[in-house]
Design a binder for this molecule. Structure first.
Ligand code: ZN
Length: 74
């Protein structure tokens, strides 16, 4: 039987496995991604990189999940 903790993606920033993927604008992604290689980042690494901007900002995460969008709830 598969362990649900084995599912998800490996973060290429910290190496942790994560199961919640965040969709970012292209503009924000360009600011936080590693410059030399395509990468997958967990929510913790994404937020740490945003915190590194050293500015107060606001991001709206309240658009539901991709599963909600696929089922027509959004
Ligand atoms: Zn990470």
């Amino acid at each position: 039987m598969s362990d649900p903790r084995d599912k998800g993606c490996l973060c290429q920033g910290c190496g942790r496995r994560y199961r919640v993927d965040l969709r970012l604008s292209d503009e924000l992604w360009k600011r936080i991604q590693y410059p030399d290689w395509p990468n997958l980042l967990c929510g913790i690494c994404i937020m740490e990189r945003i915190e590194d901007f050293r500015e107060f900002d606001y991001y709206d995460l309240d658009h539901g999940s991709a599963k909600d969008a696929a089922s027509g709830l959004l």
